[in-house]
Design a binder for this molecule. Sequence first.
Ligand code: SF4
Length: 483
Amino acid sequence: MASPVDELPGSALATPAGEPPGAAPRRVFLETYGCQMNVADSELVRGLLAREGWVVVPDPAEADAILVNTCAIRENAEERVLGRFTQLLQHKQARPGVQLGLLGCVATHQRERLLERAPWIDLIVGPDGYRDLPVLLRGGTDPRIEVRLDRDETYADLAPDLAPGPRAFLTVMRGCDKFCTFCVVPFTRGRERSLPAEAVLEQVRSAVGEGKREVVLLGQTVNAWRHDGLDFGDLLRRVARVPGVERIRFTSPHPSDVGESMIDAMAGEEKVMPWLHLPLQSASDAVLAAMQRGYGLDEYRRLLERIRARVPGIAVSTDVIVGFPGEGEVDFEATESFLREVRYDFAYLFKYSAREGTRAWKIEETVDEAEKGRRLERLIALQEAISLERHREQVGREVEVLVEGPSKRPPGHVHGKTRDFKTAVLPGDGIEPGALVLARVEDATAHTLLAVPAATAGLGASALGRSKSEPRDPGRSDGATPR
Ligand code: SF4
């Protein structure tokens, strides 16, 4: 199984609600797999349990409850989950009374088979059932399963326990109404619902109060956000007015939900970063129709042209699936050619893999694994070359980097993101995480800019002397490896 994207540090908290005074706090270990939405859900769960007096510990061997927040989108999700739980079972065997809990999309999607194969899992809680976790962990109901989808649940009143670092991921809408034929999300996370603007703004203010400099607004189709007559562009403008916010990003927007208001906000608000992740999936109209993506290639192309005209220099990234049923060589070549035309800054490239419960699950596959692999390799090679060119275009420029922490290599360096979400690595002497550094790009690979500091500290966009009409440097974080 892949490494968890989030293993949580411990913190000292009070006695759990409902426990007698003087009782030892109960300890929870929470491990997260999957997309950024899952990471944000784990922060929500951590905040919720902390409020109930639970202490988060970094090691399952210390925990009274071991929770795994999982993702159904991953290939072989059921096998991966079972594999991980089989490893964790040792803690329950060594210390009877330890509870094992499964959270997230897989809980909604595959609970029956999982329970059949791992009857020793104590609780199963879907993405809309977290509010019940404290009660479920007290063993108050039987069976301890809460996987109902709730059309209204937004957790708007719950404060997440944000992970360390200068960036806060804040969920502004949940669920999805699009029902792309390959996707389980509408079935595992339910229908679209938006947090009220004021709840979002409160979370932003709170994140800034914790020292965050950048907020990333999250939603499965984040730009479908609507509330009380406001649209997503209005939300961006309001977030930009929160004192102390320096950078705003959002992911992932759906092409069909991009409106003029959103483009206006991207063009007019200096704090909205010049990066857009605009999922394409395929450049064949026939495949897009079979996927029920809700747009055709021309529409997508014109949309991108409009955005690039309004936000010069904007970086654009995308998602592509190869080998969807019915994708012929011509369809694939259309995608290849479109990648060449658009020159995305980076792309998340996937082989199609059928997910049970989706509409495409019932469609007979027409592209065998070897061919899917061949197509994927071709796209990876192409995108790597384009990403390298895109990165090399930055050499000699000055870019603003929000430093996140030490870089794995080379030693003594730090890494961070530019305004357009490129990863930059620079010598780290005296540079703390959270610093905004003006750096000059000296070299580039397909994935990284190698830079040296030009100046540090307190740099907003205005301090860089950049006007709105000048190209700004272009940026996604969802656990996948971009190409
Ligand atoms: S827009 Fe399509 S791919 Fe994205 S979450 Fe919704 S159904 Fe899934």
